[in-house]
Design a protein around this ligand. Structure first.
Ligand SMILES: NC(=O)c1ccc[n+]([C@@H]2O[C@H](COP(=O)([O-])OP(=O)(O)OC[C@H]3O[C@@H](n4cnc5c(N)ncnc54)[C@H](OP(=O)(O)O)[C@@H]3O)[C@@H](O)[C@H]2O)c1
Length: 272
């Protein structure tokens, strides 16, 4: 497993398990299976409604807490200084953990509201409730405004990222500011069929004796992006983790770069 060192020195396993749309028992079983297979990084959010099951699976896996990296997120309706702190405590309670590893603002709201929420996150971080803090779905202008009042630069920006939406410029901007990108929907999420049917991806996958999802995950890893593919299917959870025994050639990377269409499958952060 590759690890990335964030701007505060905390390390994060570069590949984790996503849990969006994984409900209750499904989420519990997926997380338990993933942890048993070697995953050490789990991504959830208060809005996913599965924090309790994620927390229970972490407990039942019997792995020391400090070996697992847990992310959760502050939802839009909870943004604001006091409400963010309250929402965080509720998440912690549902997860039944003493701390999380990364707490993210899920979506940008008004600049003022995001700034107030960020102040709460900074304090939660300084008080030791979360080992890292970050944002999600933040574009250039959201980050620039955040920088005006922030005392701590986010460690991570989790954004929609797949071969059809590659975010090269945003990555350059974030890396210049010490912020790692984390790719959500790396398999194109509900549009995964488009990815699975992509001929370029299939050709590259065949060449390596790998699958298209494995190539898509590998592409992100090689770009130094943290990546959190979701699956509740044991065989796919295993498949998505089996990506450390091959490398894309420069030519293959260039071919994948050409698939970029700036195509979003999730809402535009400017219109949420
Ligand atoms: N910050 C945000 O706003 C935000 C937004 C969206 C997602 N996220 C996070 O990012 C994670 C990943 O994004 P996502 O869940 O939207 O999409 P994704 O990981 O790109 O794709 C998930 C879909 O692909 C299927 N799948 C997974 N591995 C497969 C494989 N090897 N072969 C064939 N199909 C496969 C899954 O099916 P099964 O589960 O049925 O196997 C599911 O339908 C989320 O779970 C969540 O933790 C964050």
């Amino acid at each position: 497993m590759n690890h990335i060192k964030l701007n505060n020195g905390v390390t994060i396993p570069q590949l984790g398990l996503g849990t969006f749309r994984a409900k209750e028992k499904e989420a519990y079983e997926a997380v338990l299976h993933a942890l048993k297979q070697g995953y050490r990084h789990i991504d959830t959010a208060s809005i996913y409604g599965n924090e309790e099951e994620v927390g229970q699976a972490i407990k039942d896996a019997g792995i020391p807490r400090e070996e697992i990296f847990v992310t959760t997120k502050l939802f839009n309706s909870d943004q604001g200084y006091l409400s963010a702190k309250k929402a965080f405590m509720k998440s912690l309670d549902r997860l039944d953990l003493e701390y999380v590893d990364l707490y993210l603002i899920h979506w940008p709201q008004t600049y003022e509201l995001s700034a107030d929420s960020w102040q709460a996150l900074e304090e939660l971080y300084l008080d030791g409730y979360t080992r890292a803090i970050g944002v999600s779905n933040f574009n250039f202008h959201h980050l620039e405004h955040l920088f005006e009042t922030a005392e701590i630069i986010p460690q991570v920006n989790q954004i929609e990222s797949h071969v059809y939406l590659q975010n090269h410029k945003l990555q350059e901007f974030c890396m210049k500011n010490g912020i790692y990108l984390e790719a959500y929907a790396p398999l194109a999420s509900h549009e995964i069929k488009k990815l699975l049917e992509n001929e370029t991806m299939q050709k590259i996958a065949d060449k390596h004796g790998k699958t298209v999802p494995q190539v898509a995950i590998r592409y992100h890893l090689e770009r130094d992006i943290i990546v959190i593919p979701k699956s509740v299917t044991p065989k796919r959870i295993d498949e998505n983790f089996d990506v450390f025994d091959f490398e894309l050639s420069e030519e293959e990377t260039q071919e994948i770069n050409k698939l970029n269409r700036g195509r979003k499958f999730f809402p535009d952060p400017d219109n949420i």
